[in-house]
Write a protein of this length. Structure first.
Length: 452
């Protein structure tokens, strides 16, 4: 494997070395010409030819650059270092020519600068032609780690999903990396400025860069998905967009190309969810509330109080201190409720089934800010006490089957934004009442039947 990596790395020097025999062969043929063969100062002639073809090469390069298919920052460095090299080559010819009498020291200094600038010009010329890391892409791993700077990819592991925006955090950074070096405010190639959303929708000389919901009419998508041999392919130089980046832009356009929508409001396909997780470490799959809660573990003494008050309990996971609690006694005592209230934020699942519950019990339950499941089936309580549960903003399951609740329960349930399932079978709520209320609960499953 090491030999394969080394051979691949050395092999990529071919485009550089291949120019040397070409140059020497041309030079040898020129020196075979009688008019040149008779000249005494061969070194001076070599410098002259180097100067002549450097000028021709620069003129051709300037003409080629007019097509706009190169990243301006890289092109500018190559262009002006090439101009400097022409000047040094001219000085080299003059220092060897019999027509000029330049000191030998100038020749030596000039030779040094020619070598330095030649390497610089060749390096940026190679970047324009083959990409940023052409030479090192197949280098051994130890060399890659030391010489290739990995592109920065922002991750969102510790960021709230509501504060992450599709355009601002994903789409525009892609354009900044691959497009804005040529399509910016100061140099809008083709009349196109991709540094902000207005430029995207306004487009350039050829039309709108982005057309909402219509990927086939969006010129940006058309250009980045063409064959790399196509003259209209973008970006024309550097690293093309990867498949997952193109996939993300396609999804964004087809989803309406919103510039101010958080990702939590977007309809994410499984493919896009997987892409965001892999590329940005962003897990967008819906999680229960208790997975988002960060609390320090309870002390052993506090947990011991639960045992003493006939509560059975378990933590949801080794790294999650939230509790699943069930009362095992026959009658819920005031002391048990008082001790339970002390750890109210830690209760996420609570089973108070088959008990007689007074107002105090509901007041304690209402303080459980992280409660997601509440089981009150077969318990006895006053219906008006249910209103105390309206402040439970994260409850997902509420089981009231085999109780005396009536249709007033719906008024309270409408104030529970995360409620997914409400069990009402074998209660005073009829099936007809459930059908009537069902349209008002688009995100909640109302389960009834066997009404009393």
């Amino acid at each position: 494997m090491m030999l394969l990596e080394l051979s691949s790395f050395i092999g990529r020097l071919h485009p550089l070395v291949v120019h040397l025999p070409i140059g020497f062969l041309v030079l040898a043929l020129l020196f075979e010409l009688p008019i040149i063969n008779k000249r005494a100062n061969a070194v001076s002639l070599i410098w002259f030819f180097a100067l002549f073809f450097s000028i021709v090469s620069a003129i051709l390069g300037f003409l080629l650059a007019q097509n706009g298919h190169y990243i301006e920052e890289q092109l500018s460095l190559h262009r002006w270092s090439g101009v400097v090299l022409i000047g040094l080559t001219a000085l080299g010819w003059m220092s060897h020519s019999t027509y000029f009498k330049l000191p030998p020291l100038i020749r030596k200094i000039n030779n040094l600068f020619v070598v330095i600038v030649l390497i610089f010009v060749g390096h940026y010329g190679g970047i324009l032609t083959h990409g940023q890391n052409y030479l090192l892409d197949y280098a051994p791993e130890w060399m890659k780690k030391n010489f290739i700077e990995k592109p920065y990819t922002k991750t969102f592991q510790e960021v709230s999903i509501d504060s992450i925006y599709v355009y601002q955090d994903f789409v525009q950074p892609l354009f900044d990396q691959k497009c804005t070096s040529c399509h910016n405010v100061t140099q809008p190639r083709g009349g196109l400025d991709l540094t902000h959303s207005k430029g995207l929708f306004k487009g350039g000389n050829s039309g709108a860069a982005i057309v909402k919901n219509e990927v086939s009419k969006s010129l940006v998508f058309n250009r980045i998905t063409r064959s790399q041999s196509d003259l209209k392919f973008m970006p024309p130089a550097g690293i093309p967009m990867k498949y997952d980046e193109i996939q993300l832009i396609e999804w964004w356009i087809n989803s309406g190309a919103s510039v101010d929508s958080p990702i939590s409001k977007e309809d994410l396909t499984p493919e896009i969810q997987e892409l965001l997780l892999k590329k940005y470490k962003l897990d967008t799959k819906e999680k229960p509330w208790y997975d988002n809660v960060k609390l320090n573990p309870l002390e052993d003494a506090q947990l011991q109080l639960l045992n003493q008050n006939q509560f059975s309990w378990r933590t949801l996971a080794s790294d999650n201190p939230l509790l699943d609690i069930r009362y095992q006694g026959k009658e819920l005592t005031p002391k048990a409720l008082t001790d339970l209230q002390q750890i109210a934020p830690y209760v996420t699942w609570l089973n108070f089934s088959d008990l007689k519950l007074d107002k105090k019990a509901f007041e304690v339950i209402s303080k459980m800010e992280n409660l997601t499941r509440l089981y009150l089936q077969k318990s006895t309580f006053e219906n008006e006490n249910l209103t105390l549960l309206s402040g439970l903003k994260h409850i997902e399951i509420l089981n009231l089957h085999s109780t005396n609740v009536n249709q007033s329960v719906f008024e309270m349930a409408r104030q529970l934004p995360t409620l997914k399932t409400l069990y009402l079978w074998n209660t005073k709520v009829s099936g007809e009442q459930i059908q009537t209320q069902d349209p008002f609960f688009p995100s909640t499953e109302l389960i009834g039947g066997l009404e009393k």
